[in-house]
Structures are given as structure tokens and as C-alpha cells.
Design a protein around this ligand. Structure first.
Ligand code: SF4
Length: 256
């Protein structure tokens, strides 16, 4: 009720967001969802959202508890829709031939690390390359897959964009603020969210706060992560991967 259901203009009805981590659904869950939409949404359909979730509209408020039970049985009752842990990611190296990094692995990791972090209204979006299918340019915190060389070896890294956002009428791009080895990104995000939680003005939108953070301050805050004194073996392995990171050039199309 706190995070996934919103009253509609007519308070007899609610719009319910079904969280779909990484946008992944099984065939069985699709069938369950079809039945659930038929039963609980008077619109009798589920709509996809820009952040990889689904919305059921025109759910009679008196049926919300039963809807929750049905979603729970289908493995789709995760709370926290729209929270900072509800990370959006493009397919990245999982299936896209243009990808540099395994953006889904990063999204999974951040979702786990930030599971209990409030940071209301702050969105994290990740793309595995500059094409930006994960819409990282317009997120409060945006990450773009990239690579750096250390002693001749490839290290997966992310460009960190801060202060992007979007509304009904406008969108604004975030500012490139740091380049971080992939394994150092979760700690960097935790540090930024601590500042955001502690220092934002009452009612201040996350993109406004992050957009006004002085770049020098972010650089100082993340300096040890951006330029580590030493690299461990895991720095050379991307998240969700087992083998050494290497950029593979191949022809193909974006998978989004
Ligand atoms: S082309 Fe699109 S889907 Fe593929 S890695 Fe780049 S941003 Fe992601």
C-alpha cells in the first residue's frame, strides 16, 4: 500500500504497480498476470511502464488485499516500486551485441545493496553503452558502461551521471561526474545517497539536489573509488560474469 498502490481520481479505485525486477517475467507469470488483470482490473489489461514495471489500473480499492495475495502467489508482490532499489537497466552484455558492460549485473547488485534504503523519488538507470537504452541520461543517478585499461588489462567501468530527470513535459540530462571501476560503483552510490538523505532541502527533488552538488565535492567524495591505489582480481571481472572482462567488437543491433 505504501509504495505500489496509488489512489486514482475516483478514490474507489487504485492504480497498482507490479514490480518486475529487470523486466524479467516467466511464461507462467505472464499467464498468471493475464488472469490477474482480467480479475482485478476493471480495464482488464496491464500496462508496461518506462521503468520496466507493470501497472494495473482501475482496481477497486476493496480488492487490494486479494490482489496482493494473487500477486504474491505469482511471485510478483515485491514492494518498493519507484524506490531507489527499483533499478532500471538495458539488457547490456546479457544479450546486446553493442554492449560494453553487463548492466543487468550492476542493476541486480545495486538492487540488493539498496534494498532497505529509502531515498524516495531517486531513480537509478543503467545502460551498457552510450546508446542509452536504459535512459541513464535522464536519471537522478545514471550509469553508462565503459572500459578502462590498467596495466594493459581491461577493467569494466561506468560513467556516473548526476542530476538528470524527467517530468510530464520536460526532460533534463544528468552531468558526467565520475568514471568508476564497476566493482566500486555500489559504494559510490551508497555515499551519494547518504549525502542526498542528509542534506537535501525539504521537498527538494532528487535531480535538483544532485544537479546542484558541486562537481569538486563529488570528485573528492569518490576520489579513492575512482582511482584505486590497488586493483583486485575481481576488478577485472564484470558483475554477473565469471571470466576476465574483455570488450568484444561485433556487428549487430541494439537488443532493447
Ligand atoms: S545498445 Fe542499448 S541495449 Fe545495447 S548495451 Fe547499448 S544501451 Fe544497452
Amino acid at each position: 500500500m505504501a509504495t505500489n498502490a496509488r489512489a486514482q481520481k475516483d478514490p474507489e479505485y487504485a492504480a497498482v504497480t507490479v514490480r518486475v525486477p529487470l523486466g524479467d517475467l516467466t511464461a507462467a507469470q505472464f499467464r498468471d498476470l493475464a488472469a490477474i488483470a482480467e480479475e482485478f482490473s476493471e480495464e482488464r489489461e496491464a500496462r508496461t511502464t518506462i521503468d520496466q514495471n507493470l501497472v494495473l489500473r482501475f482496481v477497486p480499492a476493496r480488492h487490494l488485499a486479494s490482489l496482493h495475495a494473487a500477486l504474491d502467489a505469482a511471485g510478483l508482490s515485491q514492494p518498493g516500486a519507484g524506490s531507489v532499489s527499483d533499478v532500471t537497466s538495458c539488457p547490456g552484455a546479457f544479450s546486446c551485441r553493442l554492449a560494453v558492460t553487463q548492466s543487468r549485473g550492476m542493476a541486480r547488485e545495486l538492487g540488493a545493496v539498496l534494498k532497505d534504503t529509502p531515498a524516495a523519488g531517486l531513480h537509478i538507470k543503467i545502460s551498457g553503452c552510450p546508446n542509452g537504452c536504459g535512459q541513464h541520461y535522464v536519471a537522478g543517478i545514471g550509469l553508462q558502461g565503459s572500459v578502462r585499461k590498467v596495466d594493459g588489462r581491461a577493467v569494466p567501468q561506468y560513467h556516473l551521471y548526476l542530476g538528470g530527470g524527467f517530468g510530464n513535459e520536460t526532460a533534463s540530462f544528468g552531468r558526467l561526474t565520475a568514471k568508476l571501476p564497476a566493482r566500486r560503483v555500489p559504494e559510490a552510490i551508497v555515499r551519494l545517497i547518504k549525502i542526498y538523505d542528509a542534506e537535501r532541502a525539504p521537498g527538494e527533488a532528487p535531480e535538483t539536489f544532485l544537479g546542484r552538488l558541486p562537481p569538486q565535492r563529488v570528485t573528492a567524495l569518490l576520489a579513492d573509488l575512482e582511482q584505486p591505489q590497488t586493483y583486485g582480481e575481481d576488478d577485472f571481472i564484470d558483475l554477473d560474469e565469471q571470466k576476465q572482462f574483455a570488450v568484444q567488437l561485433s556487428e549487430g543491433e541494439c537488443a532493447s
